[in-house]
Ligand binder design. Structure first.
Ligand code: 3HC
Length: 309
């Protein structure tokens, strides 16, 4: 009597593919939950890129030299491009770009808390390149191996550009730290204000992350929030030391293998995530105004496309 092997369900067959490190493509069958969490993460990633243009864009007209202005313009343009790649990746999952933007504009979808802090000096532009893009790279390189093909491929291009961003930020910090005493103080002040919000970019601690376990089972996340945060701290503390700067964490200690940071203020994280950060309202107001001001461009492009189909 041969044993009857029950047919495998579509979900089980899908998980077999993930476990075999297969790439999932837009036309493949996928669980609704897989599609939903990818749309959620990719859309919020795209929103972060678009909103992230504001803090640095604020300094384009006030860059200290033509060279710094050219670098900054290129970086801000890159962020816009990253947003467009990612909205495109979300559309391969059936998401509607206008709907995603409306969810951003009406607060139904998030963007990274990091972009709700003010950029009060030129040193902030340097610190954002060094720390924020540095954290982004740590988080996004593993996404180049995400199980969903279009997201992974978008990340390959994004990470190449993020590497440029991080290097130009660090080089700008070097210039300040090797400059006058005032410039060194500006660099330290920027590190003081951007260090902790950069650690929050990796998300809540693993035991407080509602999505991580499933995202890791589906090969969307390759490492946990805390693992990537630890990698970032281990890589960045020596850079701060090289710059002659002090990481604003009195509890930071070396345990022989890792730099162990002090406690993150998750109350601040929740406050900013809830929309009550220093710049949340300003960022969204500016974003909605830019979208409305640009309506005529979208209409003209659509009319031209219709005429020339
Ligand atoms: N800011 C805002 N919301 C955050 C957040 C942050 N820093 N960290 C976590 N959250 C939110 C999550 O979106 C989720 O809320 P939701 O259910 O409403 O979407 C909730 O907090 C729980 O967090 P989880 O860790 O369980 O959620 P995820 O599994 O989605 O992990 C993440 C969060 C690590 C940010 C992940 O979504 C991710 O890797 N996203 C892709 C990278 C990204 O979006 N980076 C944002 C910065 S973009 C950037 O750096 C641009 C560069 O050019 C500077």
């Amino acid at each position: 009597m041969t044993a009857v092997v029950p047919a495998r369900t579509p979900e089980q067959e899908f998980q077999d593919r993930i476990d075999a490190d297969d790439r999932v493509e837009p036309r493949d069958w996928m669980p609704d939950g897989y599609r939903r969490t990818l749309v959620r993460q990719i859309a919020q990633h795209a929103h972060s890129e678009i909103i992230g243009m504001q803090p640095e864009g604020n300094w384009i007209t006030r860059a200290p030299s033509l060279r710094r202005k050219v670098i900054l313009v290129a970086k801000v343009q890159d962020e816009a491009g990253h947003g467009l790649y990612l909205y495109g990746a979300a559309e391969t999952l059936g998401a509607d770009r206008d709907e995603l933007l409306d969810m951003l504009h009406t607060g139904r979808q998030k963007y990274s808390t990091i972009f709700n802090y003010p950029t009060t000096s030129w040193a902030d532009v340097a610190a954002i390149g060094w720390l924020v893009d540095g954290a982004a790279i740590m988080n996004q390189v593993p996404l180049t191996r995400c199980s969903y093909g279009p997201y992974a491929r978008a990340m390959t291009r994004v990470c190449k550009e993020e590497s440029f961003h991080q290097r130009q930020g660090f080089e700008a910090m070097m210039t300040l730290c090797h400059g006058t005493a005032t410039q060194k103080r500006m660099a330290q002040d920027a590190l003081d204000r951007w260090w902790w919000p950069s650690l929050m970019m990796f998300g809540p601690n693993d035991d407080a992350s509602p999505h991580s376990a499933q995202s890791m089972a589906w090969g969307i996340k390759r490492f946990s929030n805390d693992e990537l945060r630890q990698r970032f701290v281990d890589a960045t503390v020596p850079q701060a030391q090289f710059l002659g700067l002090t990481v604003p964490d009195p509890d930071l200690r070396w345990d022989g293998k890792h730099w162990i940071s002090g406690a993150i203020d998750w109350t601040e994280f929740q406050t900013v995530m809830r929309g009550d950060g220093p710049c949340n309202r300003e960022r969204l107001r500016h974003r909605v105004a830019a979208h409305e001001d640009g309506a005529w461009v979208r209409e003209a492009a659509a009319a031209y496309a219709d005429k020339h189909r």
